[in-house]
Design a protein around this ligand. Structure first.
Ligand code: ZN
Length: 413
């Protein structure tokens, strides 16, 4: 068979995704596979079993990142890497992350079935804790591997039950012996659902993101004065929740105010003591600002900070603001992005040049290796929810593009 006619097996890809979707399946049709949970372990065990079935050399590092290596003709040339993550949001979807890992597995199965020898090794990867929902921040595995995050700091991160990341990693048996340290990489590809509405709206099948927006996270703590709600008159109250409510709306209004391409969100809020008959005396809320234009995101925060201080002062509620995480915007490698577009075109798949609004392991990878991503449409633009869905045909199409991207890179000398 001519190599250009090579196709992945869509049915086999679907079966793999369906098998994985059983692990941590939720009644609403989604999955809950939180990082380092028992479900995460189960998914890892199954993944490794599948890696062994196609004779890959399996490696696990001290962050729990799992690698499966298929040798190339050369042992000296840097490998091509391909993968994503298998952890999920609480009550998350069946495609986020796992499509990129199962897609990569299907690519390797196809290459294997056809006995293709590549010049370079190909390494499939499952990165630990991409979601950052049980343990913050996100993208820990790729962050440490690329030298951008500190391993010991992350080992000490705790979840809401006080469990430590490092101890949980050990508990599920995935604290590997290899240092989480990068090696030279020839190209990194990550296949993922779009998680937004753009491809569907534009009626395009393949998204070729030119990069990922910047991502700025803040934690805000507002203090009030607790008191019995009945006897305390309205005037003179220091209600932390009312101050927070005004702040939430300021965040929502921010993108329109700043103009340009930006989104801003408060997604998490904790109210204390959270009792119907006590005036709230403490609120913790998070702010997430994303834009392709980093300068705009920074000046938006400056603007917001001033608004927050104004609200806090007016309501007599002291405020503390912390910058939790900042990741710059990430341009991908032009040559590889063009390859995604070209291959999609050869297949007759309509493609669309875009920007990714979600963070991915490709964010860190692109800082150390030529990187590109492949997107396929999310039905209704929904993601991080149980109804997250992508057509099986679209899953297959994206994996075919991935196959030829990986092959072209792996055949380069
Ligand atoms: Zn993801």
């Amino acid at each position: 068979m001519h190599r250009e006619n090579l196709r992945i097996d869509g049915k086999r890809l679907r079966t793999a995704l369906e098998e994985m979707a059983k692990i941590g399946a939720t009644p609403g049709g989604g999955v809950q596979r939180l990082t380092l949970s028992d479900e995460d372990k189960q998914a890892r065990d199954l993944f490794i079993k599948w890696l062994h079935e196609i004779d890959l050399e399996v490696m696990i590092d001290e962050m729990g990142n799992i690698f499966g290596k298929r040798a190339g003709k050369s042992t000296k040339l840097p490998p091509v890497m391909v993968g994503s993550h298998m952890d999920s949001q609480p009550k998350g979807g069946r495609f986020d992350g796992i499509l990129g890992v199962m897609g990569a597995l299907e690519v390797l199965r196809t290459i294997n079935d056809n006995g293709i020898e590549t010049e370079r090794p190909i390494i499939i990867v499952d990165w630990t804790n991409e979601e950052g929902t049980r343990f913050a921040p996100a993208m820990m595995g790729s962050g440490v591997w690329t030298g951008k995050l500190d391993k010991d700091w992350l080992y000490g991160r705790i979840d809401i039950h006080g469990k430590r990341f490092g101890e949980e990693l050990e508990r599920i048996g995935y604290k590997g012996g290899r240092p989480a340290k990068r090696w030279p990489v020839h190209a990194y590809y990550e296949y993922h659902i779009e998680q937004g509405p753009v491809l569907e709206r534009e009626k395009k099948l393949i998204g070729a993101p030119k990069g990922i927006v910047c991502l700025h996270w803040y934690d805000i703590y507002v203090e009030g004065t607790a008191n019995q709600v009945g006897p305390t008159p309205m005037e003179g109250r220091n209600d932390a929740l009312c101050a927070a409510a005004e702040m939430v709306l300021k965040v929502n209004e921010l993108p329109a105010k700043m103009g340009g391409n930006m989104v801003a969100t408060v997604g998490e809020i904790h109210n204390f003591p959270n009792s119907r008959n006590i005036i709230p005396d403490r609120v913790h809320l998070t702010v997430d600002i994303r834009s392709w234009d980093e300068g705009l995101a920074v000046s938006a925060w400056e603007d917001l900070k001033a608004d927050f201080e104004g609200i806090a002062g007016r309501r007599g509620c002291p405020i503390r603001m912390e910058e939790t995480w900042r990741v710059g915007h990430t341009p991908f490698e032009d040559r590889l992005v063009k390859r995604v577009v070209d291959i999609a075109e050869q297949f007759g798949y309509p493609s669309h040049s875009m920007v990714s609004g979600a963070g991915h392991d490709a964010t860190y990878m692109s800082q150390v290796a030529p990187t590109a991503m492949i997107f396929v449409p999310s039905i209704g633009g929904r993601s991080h929810v149980e109804v997250e869905n992508t057509r099986w045909d679209d899953c297959e199409a994206g994996a075919n593009v991935l196959l030829h991207c990986v092959l072209q890179s792996a055949l380069e000398v």
